[in-house]
Design a protein around this ligand. Structure first.
Ligand code: GDP
Ligand code: MG
Length: 138
């Protein structure tokens, strides 16, 4: 069993598709074992995306991520990190496969509805950025 962190970003909350995003994971047998709605401060968004701090889109991305509430969740399943990224689709919705969350709902490369960790190391770091073991019901 593996865990990953997913986030319904402010555009997904704004479009009122929190439930649709979660359904896309649950329909594939992925379990939600932790979940919370919160608003990221700019500082907290910057900390979360610190690996991208030198990218030209860092300020825009962290402004966007702190522009409204998000839903953070811990997901569990076999090979869940890769499977969640597959269900999300490519970062750029124009390149995302048909039927993926980003293909169906995202408006652009930044406002792309959903986050998913990209490696076991980053999943562990990202989960602990938002959740203590007590908040997780695996
Ligand atoms: P992800 O793992 O597919 O989410 O993509 P990355 O880790 O590469 O980027 C993190 C997030 O930054 C993406 O989900 C987008 O919201 C945003 N992002 C990535 N590339 C770009 C870009 O070229 N321009 C802008 N404005 N935002 C980007
Ligand atoms: Mg990433």
């Amino acid at each position: 069993m593996q865990r990953t962190l997913s986030i319904v970003k402010p555009d997904g909350v704004g479009k009122q598709i929190i439930g649709k995003v979660i359904s896309m994971f649950e329909e594939k047998g992925i379990k939600v074992i932790g979940m919370r709605m919160l608003s990221l401060t700019r500082e907290k968004a910057k900390g979360f995306y610190r690996v991208h701090k030198d990218r030209p889109f860092f300020d825009s991305l962290t402004d966007f991520m702190s522009s409204g509430p998000v839903v953070v969740m811990v997901l569990e399943g076999e090979d869940v990190i890769n499977r969640v990224r597959g269900i999300m689709g490519a970062t750029d919705p124009k390149k995302a496969d048909k039927g993926t969350i980003r293909n169906m709902f995202a408006s652009d490369i930044e406002k792309n509805i959903v986050h998913g960790s990209d490696s076991p190391e980053n999943a562990a770091t990202e989960i602990s950025y938002f959740f203590s073991e007590m908040d997780i019901n695996g």
